[in-house]
Design a binder for this molecule. Structure first.
Ligand code: SF4
Length: 459
């Protein structure tokens, strides 16, 4: 989570003035949201699964130390190595060390947000090791020097023409190449990365404590290549990804896939347990699991924010969020965008983004309604807002509240003020200047009610 030069307020102000970006985001998020509704409606026991998943996550987080130790023992029993990283630097340094020991000059990567969080690519490059992103969206992000803007659709902000131009420059495809030609070019290019990489690096959707299994959910098949062709596989995952039993996947997989992409099941679900064993035809010779804390223990110890650790990164909350739809993912300044990002970023970093991210929400509750874990994001945003207030970021809000309280305690003055507001309304609406200007550039000023509030209250 590298510090971001521009805060949410400025970045979102720019984004809302970009109609093409808003249209691109709306098209994809609407499509994902509609598909989610359709496929979840097919499962009559979907809500039962949600409740079950919630209970499993609550139980696991309450006993996280025990399950992490069980996971470590299970991985080691199957010939793998477990590494513990307290923060981003330790995580990146650990992966670099493993790559060096494997003599790697090139690594192939897939399906890992946490490696973005710990800025692994920068650390690898500084160590003279070339990382190649092999998820198609992440590959486009990498060659364009960009950043992902959605949890599962990292190039939601790019048009087909943008990708065609990138591929023309990097892969030599025609400028007007249709999508199948572009994907075929990427496939041919990435195949070399799979074959040449000495180390494959992935994340994990789930880690099964009982068996030491890393679960990777994907649609492109590249994660399977990354975990089976290179000599060494390194899985990098946050400590909250652990689930107790293999049977728990029967609860989490339908929730994740249906909530994320609106599919009944993703094209590939890989269950990876340790390195290749005698008699097995493929798989790595060495397997390493890097367990990343990086602020998660602090969140776990925080009863008001702990719930955010239940997130399974399905992105359903992004796809229904009116703020995300207008601001786009980059405005959040973190790999974790959208409503859950507005909680995770300040919570994981101990305060970065606290000034404005908790306010990047209308608190409409749509995120909580669609979340497969029923995570109460609005509640946590309110908690963070209160903390931001305590850190002086919302000083002006407190002043406004004080003035309002003073006015509301003086009925005669309040009536005069409400008459004045009514008289000034057309002026304010038509000449948007001063502090209202930024607000009215992207929104319509709500009309004053024909009946003032004090007249609606029975005397
Ligand atoms: S908070 Fe819920 S809806 Fe949002 S990404 Fe996490 S699990 Fe999905």
């Amino acid at each position: 989570m590298s510090p971001h030069a521009v805060g949410f307020r400025e970045a979102s102000a720019r984004a809302v003035l970009d109609p093409a970006l808003r249209e691109a985001i709306r098209r994809v998020t609407d499509n994902l949201a509609v598909r989610r509704v359709q496929v979840t409606a097919e499962l009559p026991h979907f809500d039962v699964l949600r409740d079950r998943a919630k209970r499993i996550k609550e139980h696991t987080l309450a006993n996280l130390d025990r399950y992490l130790e069980q996971l470590e023992a299970a991985v080691q029993a199957r010939g793998g190595h477990v590494h513990w990283a307290r923060d981003a630097e330790e995580a990146a340094a650990c992966v670099v060390r493993i790559c060096r020991e494997a003599g790697a000059r090139r690594v192939a990567k897939s399906k890992s947000m946490v490696t973005e969080e710990v800025e692994l690519n920068r650390a690898l490059r500084e160590a003279g090791i070339e990382p190649v992103e092999t998820d198609l969206g992440e590959f486009v992000v990498q060659i364009s020097g960009d950043r992902p803007s959605h949890l599962i659709a990292p190039i939601i902000h790019k048009r087909r023409e943008d990708v065609a131009e990138l591929f023309r420059r990097h892969l030599g495809t025609p400028a007007d190449a249709p999508v199948p030609v572009l994907t075929a070019a990427a496939r041919a290019h990435l195949r070399q990365a799979f074959l040449q990489a000495e180390v494959g690096i992935t994340g994990a959707n789930f880690l099964v404590a009982e068996t030491g299994t890393v679960v990777v959910v994907e649609n492109e098949g590249n994660a399977r290549m990354v975990t089976s062709l290179p000599r060494v596989h390194v899985a990098v995952a946050g400590i909250e990804k652990v689930v107790p039993r293999l049977a728990d996947l029967a609860v989490f997989l339908p929730l994740l896939v249906r909530s994320a992409t609106g599919q009944r099941l993703s094209a590939y679900v890989s269950l990876l347990t340790g390195p290749r064993r005698p008699g097995e035809r493929d798989g790595p010779d060495g397997f390493h699991l890097v367990l990343v804390d990086n602020g998660r223990s602090r969140m776990l110890a925080d009863p008001e924010l702990r719930e955010a650790l239940q997130c399974i990164r399905c992105s359903a909350c992004l796809n229904v969020c009116p703020v995300y739809e207008r601001a786009g993912g980059h405005a959040y300044g973190s790999v974790y965008s959208g409503p859950i990002g507005a909680v995770l970023t300040p919570a994981l970093t101990g305060g970065r983004g606290l000034v404005d991210l908790p306010f990047a929400s209308s608190l409409c509750g749509a995120c909580r309604d669609v979340c497969p874990l029923r995570i109460d994001i609005p509640r946590m945003l309110v908690v963070l807002r209160a903390r931001a207030g305590r850190t002086a970021a919302a000083r002006w809000e407190r002043r406004v509240a004080r003035v309002a309280a003073w006015l509301l305690c003086r009925p005669r003055l309040y009536r005069w003020a409400s008459l004045a507001a009514r008289a000034l309304e057309p002026v304010v609406r038509n000449v948007p200047v001063g502090p209202l200007r930024r607000w009215t550039r992207a929104r319509e000023l709500p009309r004053l009610s024909p009946t003032p509030f004090h007249r609606t209250v029975p005397r």
